[in-house]
Design a protein around this ligand. Sequence first.
Ligand code: 5GP
Ligand code: ZN
Length: 130
Amino acid sequence: MCIFCDIVEKKIPSKVVYEDDQVLAMLDINPLSKGHTVILPKKHVDSLLESDEETVLACAKVAHLLSKHICEKLNADGCNLLVNSHESAGQSVNHMHFHVIPRYKNDAVIVLNEPAPSIDLDEVLETIKY
Ligand code: 5GP
Ligand code: ZN
């Protein structure tokens, strides 16, 4: 059991933005911007890296729907869709979730904007080309 499973089971209250059979979306308790929403599968999956495809696709579908809906309703200028996977990537709740972070002109939100120094792109491509 984890905190997001408790939220899915309504043992812990949350501000639900969207819900269907497979997915729940709620306002983040510590929002990075107005409308910051977290989308999670109702079934417990540790992270994107452990998830089956169907569960990821169910969340991605809702992330797409809500990105457009939230930006429109809140007059946001854009949004970030973010999935932190494992502690090294900043995942603090070990139940997969997608962040939709609406963005507003000149806001001060910082999301992954530091380029890594000196990475050999050809070597990386040789390793990961699928
Ligand atoms: P992560 O750092 O794992 O990518 O994101 C976890 C997110 O869940 C954080 O943005 C955090 O604010 C949010 N969060 C943690 N606990 C709760 C909670 O009890 N309720 C809600 N609505 N959000 C939570
Ligand atoms: Zn869970």
